[in-house]
Design a protein around this ligand. Structure first.
Ligand SMILES: [Cu+2]
Length: 118
């Protein structure tokens, strides 16, 4: 019996593991306001990610019902956060943060969460 098939199998397993790590995708690790929180009108909205963002292709929209609340969004210096400043104070209501992000590995991810302004 030859050892070769076993070696080939072992190398394939390592390759699959390595590929799995390389394709880890961006996700939000924390946000302010937090998901489902009820808060006073926040001066800023911050989403922190697990991977560095490509600033050109990463942003979010703030929706209340079908209305877009105007927000100026920038990427933090460490490239791990999206920071949005509402152009007008947010009025009471439920807001949906719809984000999209492109990370260093060029994967585009998107997601959404809501919070409420009292
Ligand atoms: Cu990825």
């Amino acid at each position: 019996m030859s050892l070769r098939p076993a070696l080939v199998l072992a190398f394939s397993a390592v390759a699959v593991l390595a590929a799995g790590q390389a394709s880890a995708h961006a996700k939000v690790v924390s946000s302010s306001p937090a998901e489902n929180a009820t808060v006073a009108a926040p001066p800023q909205i911050t989403l922190r990610f697990n991977e560095k963002l490509q600033p050109k292709f990463s942003s979010f929209e703030l929706m209340t019902g079908k209305t877009v609340a105007p927000v100026k969004v920038t990427v933090s210096q460490d490239k791990l956060s999206l920071v949005g400043t509402p152009k007008r104070p947010l009025t009471a209501g439920t807001y949906e943060v719809k984000w999209h992000a492109v990370t260093a590995d060029a994967h585009r991810m998107e997601g959404a969460y809501t919070f409420t302004v009292r």
